[in-house]
Design a protein around this ligand. Structure first.
Ligand code: SF4
Length: 338
């Protein structure tokens, strides 16, 4: 279970039962507890970028979600569902590295009922159509689930919504709340997977592939639709053998008669110059393959471009995953390989 080094708690959070409960829980622990008058954080130390990053990753902020205007989340969902911001994991390539400032703390919200009430309004506004909410757009929500039970509450909320669907993605394995929730098939749980070499080299503070696969099997057995995001795919020496082993391990661990409830998304490694600079600041020893000359530059829709593998490499990767997945998971849907 994630135990922060310091907890920052907004004064207003104490007006909610969950805020009070968490305050009482943390005040008896040997950790720094800082009361905040506003939503502005303070007291997270660090003089270098690396130190600030590490201290942020060990800080939990307990707050009230004030703005209940949800961000859109195209193309995979209609809206982001803001249950948690941030993640305790320290993946070197993480997309959040450039999103959460220099002290990337994890923020949880105590007004979950208000957030879900707002979700209900969004569902009603799109009357007659299914509305999909993404719960992991700016976080991995699972590590802090033992503190809030926000995912369980959300899953059970969506179970009763005829036209509401919920989805989130995780690398973590504390799925007790998930398997015990009444879901009615309205929540899709996706697991992010990679080879052990990639996990050991780049995905610090996250569970290994075997444990993620075991967690996924339990979630599938609990009747959920599930998905696997194999990402980022790195084309290193021996990548075909190792990704092939990963898919075989998956096949051996998941019940064969349930493959139609599984989807796959495969994403090759890419980076922007902004991300590369940030990664080099906080992980100066990084071995991430980020030599611009070895990649193809692709212009992006938001005015910045990214460095991707070249056309031949991507084509080889697509053929490989299409063949492997159609061998072992012919009943599953491959959503995309990019
Ligand atoms: Fe980022 Fe996901 Fe790793 Fe957390 S687990 S640091 S959200 S890539």
């Amino acid at each position: 279970m994630f135990m922060p080094k310091r907890v920052l708690i907004e004064k207003d959070a104490l007006k909610y039962p969950l805020g009070e409960e968490l305050y009482n829980n943390f005040k008896n622990k040997d950790i720094e507890l800082i009361m905040l008058e506003t939503t502005r954080t303070k007291g997270i130390p660090g003089s270098t970028k690396m130190e600030k990053y590490k201290q942020g990753k060990n800080t939990l902020v307990i707050g009230v979600k004030k703005s209940l205007t949800f961000q859109t989340c195209k193309p995979s969902a209609h809206y982001q569902l803001p249950l948690v911001t941030g993640c305790i994991g320290q993946c070197e390539y993480c997309y959040l590295n450039t999103q959460l400032g220099d002290k990337p703390y994890t923020r949880i919200y105590v007004n979950i009922d208000e957030i879900l009430d707002r979700a209900k309004k969004y569902i009603n506004e799109r009357e007659g159509e299914v509305t999909i909410f993404e719960g992991a757009a700016t976080s991995d929500p699972l590590p802090v689930e033992p503190y809030t039970h926000a995912l369980k509450k959300t899953i059970e909320f969506f179970a009763k919504e005829e036209l509401g669907r919920f989805r989130f993605v995780t690398k973590f394995t504390n799925i007790e709340d998930i398997v015990n929730a009444k879901h009615n098939g309205h929540t899709t749980v996706r697991f992010s997977l990679n080879t052990d070499k990639v996990i050991n080299t780049y995905e610090h503070r996250t569970p290994n592939a075997k444990n993620r696969i075991q967690a996924a099997a339990k979630v599938l057995n609990a009747g959920y639709p599930i998905g696997f995001i194999i990402a980022p795919v790195f084309l290193y020496d021996n990548w075909e053998t190792e990704y092939s082993m990963l898919i075989k391990d998956l096949n051996n661990s998941l019940p064969v008669d349930n493959h139609k409830n599984i989807t796959f998304e495969i994403i090759s490694h890419r980076y922007t110059t902004k991300a590369k600079n940030r990664i080099n600041d906080i992980f100066p020893e990084t071995k991430l393959p980020m030599t611009d000359e070895e990649r193809t530059f692709k212009y992006g829709q938001f005015g910045y471009g990214k460095y991707v593998y070249n056309k031949d490499q991507l084509s080889e990767m697509k053929t490989f995953f299409t063949n492997e997945l159609s061998t072992y998971f012919s009943d599953s849907e491959i959503k995309y390989i990019i």
